[in-house]
Design a binder for this molecule. Structure first.
Ligand code: FMN
Length: 159
């Protein structure tokens, strides 16, 4: 069993959650690699007609059983870097896919749910088997504790 965690992060929230997920997964003695997506320009909300963005280190999911992929919510949508990565990453066909997002606003309906739905649809289009996603809300939350709890939930969902 091998897990790949991929994330895009600008101010560190998503990175913190990705690191918690890695820790939780590794407690089960599962091999887990992690990669932070780097882009030539900062990602913004997904709107392919008005942004040109290149991923400098496109990950490869070949050889992994699960791909856990996330990024920040932007303008109530998934951001451009994570969407582009789901579209273009090699080897996610037939893989189990778990999306995750972090968002500032306190409720998932303020962008998180929509972002997870966009990411899930794109991953399904690419042939992945999509599992339940995870949303971290920062404002009004003990988000560091929520990250630990949700990372454990993700780890438990891995068979
Ligand atoms: C351009 C932009 C748009 C954003 N739009 C939203 C939004 O619609 N809803 C929300 O809850 N947070 C929004 N945020 C806040 C980020 O989603 C939040 O701070 C996230 O945790 C940042 O992740 P990072 O630290 O990994 O970059 C936005 C941030 C940026 C930069």
């Amino acid at each position: 069993m091998k897990i790949l965690i991929v994330f895009y992060s600008e101010t560190g929230n998503t990175k913190l959650f990705a690191e918690e997920v890695k820790k939780a997964v590794e407690k089960k003695n599962i091999v887990c690699d992690m990669i932070q997506i780097e882009t030539d320009v900062p990602a913004r909300n997904y709107n392919p007609s008005n942004q040109v963005l290149n991923i400098k280190n496109m990950p490869d999911a070949e050889g992994y059983d699960y791909v856990i992929l996330g990024g920040p919510v932007m303008a109530f949508r998934a951001n451009y870097a994570t969407m582009k990565c789901i579209k273009e990453i090699n080897g996610i066909k037939g893989k189990k896919f778990i999306p995750f997002v972090t968002q500032h606003f306190p409720f998932p309906f303020m962008g998180g749910t929509n972002a997870i739905s966009m990411m899930s649809k794109e991953a399904k289009k690419a042939g992945a088997e999509v599992l339940e996603g995870s949303i971290i809300n920062i404002a009004w939350h003990d988000y560091k504790n929520d990250m630990k709890k949700k990372a454990e939930e993700i780890s438990k969902s891995i068979l």
